[in-house]
Design a protein around this ligand. Sequence first.
Ligand code: BES
Ligand code: ZN
Length: 462
Amino acid sequence: MEQILQFIEENKARYIEELKSLLAIPSISTNPDYKPDIERCAQWVADHLTTIGMNNTKILPTAGHPVVYAEWLEAPGKPTVLIYGHYDVQPVDPIHLWTSPPFEATIRGENLYARGSADDKGQVFIHLKSIEAYMKKMGNLPINLKMIIEGEEEIGSEHLSTFLKEHKELLKADLVVISDTSMFARDVPSVCYGLRGLAYMQIDLIGPNKDLHSGSFGGSVHNPIQALTEIIAQLHDKNGRITISGFYNDVLPLTKKERDAYRKLPWSDKKYAKELGVTQLHGEKGFTTLERLWARPTLECNGIYGGFTGEGAKTVLPAKASAKISMRLVPNQKSDKIAKLFEKHIKKITPKTVHVNVSYIHGGEAAITPIDSPGVQAAVAALEKGFGKKPLYQREGGSIPIVVQFKQLLGLDTVLLGFGLPDENAHAPDEFLNLGNFYGGIRTVAHFYNELPYFVKNGKRK
Ligand code: BES
Ligand code: ZN
């Protein structure tokens, strides 16, 4: 290990330069204009995997964006880890709020700022550099590795489950490792054991058959923006509960053990509110902030549009108004079922004055991973070595829909070994990767590869 860690120490500057070139590719999956960049990015990842010594690197097509595959299987008798990550990123708007251009990675203070720096290119790169260190210093790895780095995570991994079904044999492994979550706080490493699911919806309301002069027509027809906001305002009650009938039916309640464990975590509502610049927190009554974030379902309006939003004023009564609404789901809720309940409810409460169209954009299920598995125990040991601190256990409010599919389709448990930070601005302007976490991540992953065979063979270390 000494040699590996020394190699990592000596190569820090080069890592940053290499990561910058990966971050320079605008691989925005949701926008078809960026298809060539998606392909260029897949190629970059594939080339880099080959350069660091992975074998059988391939860019495998799907009905959407391609998946990059690579393997190293020369450690007979040792466990096989399937590493999953994603090379696609979220859009960058509003672009004017970025301090430096999103695809020109820039160091300020102890952070590297760029779209995808934390979510997830930087975290994928952590694995690549650990692998490289072993290959360069030892000429081999302590475990067998397979990797799939996909290009559609940020748009719901639509084609990945078919991919898993089609490549069952190729993807055989003992466990999955994903680095695409955050640590609990700066200098507080953690293992994540739960993610929320998601149902992403769109509501389109259509009023009159064309835009109207708001003076000539205002007062005679229901403005679709007005109708839409009336609908949205009804989706929560005064206790912050979602009003869709049947919405909570399948929710797995928090156990006393979990609630007690959350209360022991180093958390302050006051500090959190201050950091976010809000005078007061808001959410479902009867639950703490961490419970609301990790183990309770929510409904958020992600965007609302219609009418005139440009500079100045225009007196218009618009023909249409739309909203994007997503619901975060918790264990036992099913995204397809929730999407149906949502549609039914919206249709029920839409006034007769407008037409409504409800569409289901994408969805995924919540996941809970077992924390007593050898993989998680190896991760705990590795984090302690990599960061010099015992990690704590946490859940996350975000979603990685493929985690459940790994279990259902391939029978594999996932270890969520994340190196982001809660304030990393993922999906927002000025996304960053903390450099301490980047290097700590590379060390941790190196320890993880080294520790895993022991834990798989012997169970918990005393
Ligand atoms: N890295 C995130 C998942 C995540 C977010 C984990 C926050 C922990 C905390 C991932 O890239 C992501 O953003 N996923 C999407 C999934 C969705 C598009 C299906 C999400 O959570 O919005
Ligand atoms: Zn991500």
